[in-house]
Design a binder for this molecule. Sequence first.
Ligand SMILES: *[C@@H]1O[C@H](CO)[C@@H](O)[C@H](O)[C@H]1NC(C)=O
Ligand SMILES: *[C@@H]1O[C@H](CO)[C@@H](O)[C@H](O)[C@H]1NC(C)=O
Length: 480
Amino acid sequence: MARAMAFLWTCALILVAAGVVVAENIGVNWGVMSSHPLHPSIVVRLLKDNGVKKVKLFDSDSWTVGYFSGTGIEVTLGIPNEQLQNLADDHRAAKDWVKENLTSHLHDGGVNIKYVAVGNEPFLGSYNGSFTKQTFPALKNIQKALNDAGVGNKIKATIPLNADVYQSGSNKPSDGVFRDDIEDLMTQIVRYYNENGCPFTVNIYPFLSLYLNSNFPQDFAFFNGGHPINDKNVQYDNVFDANYDTLVRALKKVGVPDLKIIVGEVGWPTDGHKTATKDNAKKFYDGLFKKLASNKGTPLRPGKMEVYLFGLFDEDMKSIEPGYFERHWGIFYFDGKPKFPMDFSGGGNDKALVAAKGVQYLPNQWCVYEKDAMDQEVLPNQMSWACSHADCSCLQEGASCYNLDNTRRISYAFNSYYQTNDQDVEACKFEGLAKIVTVDPSTQNCKFPIQIVSGGEKRLSFAYIAIAALVSLMSLFILV
Ligand SMILES: *[C@@H]1O[C@H](CO)[C@@H](O)[C@H](O)[C@H]1NC(C)=O
Ligand SMILES: *[C@@H]1O[C@H](CO)[C@@H](O)[C@H](O)[C@H]1NC(C)=O
């Protein structure tokens, strides 16, 4: 007995020392809108090293999904909005989708798939209704195909929605209702969810409350108890709870008060805007993890919550239409280096996250502006060309490189373009205004990145190797 206890203690100590105890109810979103995505094998290892047990994808690319085989990591597959129409029109398309992208991974030692995310925020106000008609039929076809394949009990379809699908005229949760233009549709969808055991998935962004309204009380965006609002004798001291309970009310009003809710995305960006800083992000995550660990839930939904952080990595190809911060949502940088220490368990014992292993970088060289070059007239065009084809989000007002002097700003833009193009010499020409250097031009606050060898390209090179092998085999035959 004593020996068994000692053994258990040793195990517990090892677990604590490794610092990889992530609460079961926390997952991460892995998006790949990157010029140089990390190889899936590196990402899967990083998730394991950090004890992350749930991941949500925005696609269902088989090659990527295959890397989760045998890991036990719970996977949510994604279907992009553009594919919804096809799946809505034809139930056979949904059957094919499930067969090719889902059941093929369910063999022994395969992938632990839990949800299918049908579309991504398809009812977002700024889409002007482009995906409104096809989403619900696509959801039903996918769930039906799951049922027909005999896995519908275990794997559920759900539509990740932006929190803009509900609203409250008074800004208080108790007045929560679904948005006017989609109220009937939302009512049908949540009733369908209720009958079929599907969860409601909502993305909640306190950062955007602050970003979109400069008068928004800072404290209310975090979890430190400032600026409480009183809603019929219920106190709300943070916008996350208030937002979540607005949904709880909206669900209650249409007759499904107990529908399971998953927070599909929540997080805080670290660059590209004055409130998008590492300090604020850390403050937000500290508060969030503590809240999740307490299992207190919200005033209207006490208990355990399930959330997926957004996101895993910075993504340099994301649209900057919502704001320059869009490319800086990662808890890791683009290359899998952690940004700041965290404690997923909510205990406040910060530990450095484990960085990605086996990442290959391009050589230590940068492209910079040659200010003594002859023809300076072409400069403005060259700089805007660079920025429109690469990532200059760090140069924007309030961002990490905003305070660079003019020469360095231009260098930053040129370098970004050069790195995005795999340090191709041709990508550091800029009509004679640029040169390649081997001394790091970074400043204390502003890092001039070196790109990594893209994990997406490995796929290509594997294909090339296969073709090359075939070609050489064939030439052998010809020779013989
Ligand atoms: C499987 O998923 C991929 C990636 O999203 C998609 O391109 C493909 O069309 C899907 N297969 C079917 C049969 O729908
Ligand atoms: C939605 O409408 C606005 C204003 O009419 C327009 O600027 C925007 O491009 C439209 N968006 C889409 C996705 O169609």
